[in-house]
Design a protein around this ligand. Structure first.
Ligand code: COD
Ligand code: ATP
Length: 201
């Protein structure tokens, strides 16, 4: 197995790159998806969230009210740390299981872990990667995408961007940088080039 950590700020284009690598044959594990699974109704993480943040972050059917929780944690770093402390251990554990399953299915698989937060946790990453790929678009570009494509207000978009590592911090851990400030086709061409270089390895 060859394990790639694919990271980048919110709306940098990680999912678009991951989807292209999947088309080319990679197995993709999506941290945002895992993060949703570990807070499904009945999970210990959801119980801990309700315990700390109160019933206001639960919808009528008992599931997580993501907008309500997002409104709290993206504007309050201390509360975000509490949420990360609850969810991240469960996310890493489930991720390790999914990566191990992919390797068991195909020992030669290229596995891509699409993860927005590779730096934000305290201490060492619980998973070591063979290659760290950073998808890099300026904060201004990402802000524009969040407002135009995802319908966030400018303030909401700013808060989300400020909740994450800076561009400089991400670039410092990159083995490969994909510049996603231009058009989508240009980004995807770099994903193709990355895949081709892996195949030549
Ligand atoms: C706060 C929550 C409920 C907001 O949900 P919402 O549906 O609005 O956003 P979604 O989960 O789709 O995330 C969108 C993007 O926000 C950013 N983001 C999410 N959580 C965080 C966080 N704790 N810190 C910084 N950025 C974050 C990421 O770039 C992510 O791709 C949710 O993001 C959450 O539970 N976050 C904690 C778990 C986590 O850290 N997930 C990120 C991947 S491990
Ligand atoms: N050059 C580009 N590269 C990548 N995405 C682009 C580009 N230009 C525009 N986009 C658009 O920007 C958005 C990026 O979203 P995408 O979901 O790929 O980002 P992400 O990094 O996975 O975000 P998140 O952290 O929220 O999961 C998409 O709607 C994509 O079509």
């Amino acid at each position: 197995m060859y394990l790639i950590g694919l990271t980048g700020g919110i709306a940098s284009g990680k999912s678009s790159v991951a989807a292209r690598l999947a088309e080319r044959g990679a197995v993709v594990v999506d941290a945002d998806k895992v993060a949703r699974e570990v807070v499904e109704p009945g999970t210990p993480a959801l119980a801990a969230i309700a315990d700390h943040f109160g019933g206001g972050v639960l919808a009528a059917d008992g599931s997580l009210d993501r907008a309500a929780l997002g409104a709290i944690v993206f504007s309050d770093p201390e509360q975000r740390l509490v949420l990360n402390g609850i969810t991240h251990p469960a996310v890493w554990e489930r991720t390790r299981t999914l990566i191990a399953a992919a390797e068991a299915r195909d020992p030669d698989a290229v596995v891509v872990y699409d993860v927005p937060l590779l730096l934000e946790g305290k201490g060492r990453r619980p998973i070591e990667f063979d290659l760290v790929v950073v998808v890099d678009a300026s904060a201004a570009t990402r802000l524009r995408r969040l407002v135009e494509l995802r319908g966030l207000t400018e303030q909401e978009a700013k808060h989300r961007i400020e909740s994450q590592a800076t561009d400089e911090e991400r670039l410092a851990i990159a083995d490969v940088v994909i510049d996603s400030d231009g058009g989508l086709e240009r980004t995807l061409a770099q994903a193709d080039a990355l895949w081709d270089s892996l195949r030549e390895r």
